[in-house]
Design a protein around this ligand. Structure first.
Ligand code: 5AD
Ligand code: SF4
Length: 469
């Protein structure tokens, strides 16, 4: 017989559904928001239906961001009404960069938003949710928290849940001081902030202990990371990479997204020395025209970018590159655009994203005269650039045919028996593999190559497959 007091049965978990838009930083933040709520009895669910809280983690980087959020809020009304009809309540929170940039407007215009919370205030989410829960249901609470608080959210957030899967993100840096003239990030995410090395290393150790074998270090300007090492003294990003790479059990290391100006000797040496550091780098250049690069305030030339790429490839000859491009920036001439095509031909990209320029409210470029490039020309340039990048990507993928490579199986495939993994170069690889191999690195021979993905065959052990890392 126990003499413990009779306890009431535990309350069923409350359900939170998070919809994530935009970059990997948002994917990471969505996980952390769930982490803050978990100790208060919240459990993450896969659909909005029946959820007690829906969080839209929004992106403001390109046009129609706010419109997309309003459309989604409209779609959620039906679910909210259903919950209300059955005596329940579905709270809605808008988080992310649209929340930060247009918080007040959102709260005013959207009749069904309870919470607007900016990326620097996620540690206060449980308190905001509790305040809404204490209010009578039936009216949107419209609480707005978009402050940039003095305390760092990284210090105030609870430890992440112990497992994040085989491939995990780890935010090490946030914000940006570069002020490229087209970009909202310095306004929505604030000034550049690097987490102390000791915190990063502690989180990395926890993730690996929880079963992650690949870590992707995240930051808006990740290679601008700098900090004091655990024993004091300044550490560069290259030094941090070296130290993370020593964690026993870690098999792969990546980082994103980086800036060409912050690629220093130590980072190049890390690419030379660290086998764990995967041979794939997203290094956005945006344009190949020096005139446009200057107008964008990128603070480097096309030649500088080529030189950096040359040095990185000398250090790591199999390094595959990826980039972002903007076409139709205010004042872009045909010659400027041709310079971008030249740079693409000279560098050769394994992957790339090209966007039509869209003015973002509050950014310097939005004030620039933008009549040099008619919309039809922007559309045509985007198509030309995408065609060239598509050719390069297809050629890069075709070059993998017949090659043997380690693939990290991190997702189920489309068909039963199929699994999806990632090559060292970030290509998705489809193959037949038993579910028991989920989360492992297996040896695969590539048998088909499409424009985006590869198809492969799992090598049986007797063909030399290594045991998974
Ligand atoms: N218009 C078009 N593309 C943009 N990007 C950022 N801001 C804008 C804008 N105003 C692109 C850049 C960046 C990527 C994340 O989004 O290419 O690298
Ligand atoms: Fe935006 Fe430029 Fe900062 Fe990248 S470096 S986040 S493009 S301002």
């Amino acid at each position: 017989m126990s003499d413990l007091p009779a306890s009431t049965p535990p309350a069923p978990p409350k359900k939170v559904f998070v919809k994530t838009y935009g970059c990997q930083m948002n994917v990471y933040d969505s996980g952390r928001m769930v982490d803050t709520l978990a100790p208060k009895g919240w459990q993450s669910v896969e659909t909005p239906e029946g959820a007690d809280l829906v969080i839209l983690n929004t992106c403001h980087i390109r046009e129609k961001a706010a419109e997309k959020v309003f459309a989604e809020l409209g779609r959620l009304r039906g679910f909210q009404a259903e919950r209300a009809a059955s005596g329940g309540r579905m709270m809605i929170a808008v988080a992310g960069c649209v929340a930060q940039a247009e918080g007040a407007e959102l709260a005013r215009r959207a009749g069904n938003v309870d919470i607007v919370v900016g990326p620097q205030a996620y540690h206060r989410l449980p308190e905001l949710v509790a305040r809404v829960e204490a209010l009578p249901a039936g009216r949107a609470a419209r609480l707005v928290d978009t402050d940039f608080p003095v305390e760092s959210k990284f210090d105030a957030l609870p430890e992440e849940a112990s497992t994040r899967g085989a491939s995990a993100f780890l935010a090490i840096q946030e914000g940006c001081d570069k002020f490229c003239t087209f970009c909202v990030v310095p306004y929505t995410r604030g000034a550049e902030f690097s987490r102390p090395a000791a915190d990063v290393l502690a989180e990395a150790h926890r993730l690996v202990a929880g079963g992650s074998i690949e870590l992707t270090l995240l930051g808006q300007n990740v290679n601008a990371w700098h900090g004091d090492g655990p024993e004091g003294g300044p550490w560069s990003f290259g030094r941090l990479l070296r130290t993370v790479a020593e964690i026993p059990g870690l098999a792969r290391l990546r980082y994103t997204t980086s800036h060409p100006l912050e690629v220093d000797d130590e980072l190049i040496a890390a690419h030379r020395d660290l086998d764990l550091l995967m041979p794939f780098l997203h290094l956005p250049v945006q344009s190949g025209s020096d005139r446009i690069l200057a107008a964008m305030n990128r603070r480097h030339t096309a030649e500088h970018y080529r030189r950096i790429v040359g040095r990185l490839r000398e250090a790591r000859p199999d390094l595959a590159l990826s980039s972002d491009f903007i076409v139709g920036f205010p004042g872009e001439t045909e010659a400027d655009f041709e310079a971008t095509l030249d740079l693409v031909r000279a560098v050769g990209f394994a992957q790339a994203y090209a966007f039509k320029y869209s003015p973002r409210p509050g950014t310097p470029a939005a004030e620039m005269k933008d009549d040099a490039v008619p919309e039809a020309v922007k559309t045509e340039r985007l198509a030309r650039l995408q065609a060239l990048l598509g050719e390069q990507m297809a050629a890069f993928n075709a070059g993998m045919l017949g090659r043997r490579m380690p693939v990290l199986l991190d997702r189920p495939g489309k068909r039963p028996g199929q699994r999806l993994g990632r090559s060292p170069f970030m290509q998705p690889v489809h193959l037949e593999a038993p579910a028991a191999l989920h989360g492992r690195i297996v040896d695969v021979v590539i048998e088909s190559a499409g424009p985006i993905a590869l198809g492969g065959r799992l090598l049986p052990l007797d063909e030399g497959a290594r045991p998974a890392a």
